[in-house]
Write a protein of this length. Sequence first.
Length: 218
Amino acid sequence: MPIHRLFSCLAVAGAAALVAVPAAAQTSSGSTTPTGPTRYLPGAGTGTGYLGLNIGRSRYHASCGHDVLSNLELECGLHDTAVHLYAGAGLGGMGGMPGMIGGEIGYVDMGRITRGGGDTRARGVNLSLVARAPVGAGFGVFGKLGTTYGWTNTSTSANSSVASGNENGFGLAYGVGASYDFTPKLSAVLAWDSHDFHFAGSGRDPIRVTSLGLMYRY
């Protein structure tokens, strides 16, 4: 649909602008290079930008449906592979530590599931605020809160109780996770996220994802 292509173009442009913003240098004469896990946070080093890719397992919280003539349950599989590609930047400090609060934009593909005698697919563009905190040498935790503009496509069999069609719109998104820093630039990321999507005939339903990936800082 044209609205989807337009929104995707705007999202890509926003991502480019977000990660292109240089870090604001706030060092004083005689200052030393940060040590410990703090320097591994986005915004704590020479730049605030980062890129990441997570792959995991999605779980659609949607109705499987049944055949309205026979009243028999239809084939259903609510899990699939999910992909999250994202970019972000540190926007400011918290508690005297740089890069603790940031903004992030990403593309999510929740995969395709079987339900209602057909299949359902959900994708979207996410915008979130991210808060990070170190918890030990190389370890950190984070939380996210934002919104996902998603679009879904549902196809069903002729006698299915599940409605077919396309839907799109904004929904709540949030998540938590943990990271481990291999180097000052590269980290492993474990995340749990929830995104609300609009589905034909059922309003807004969440999709939950547990994923593992890598994040690169620059």
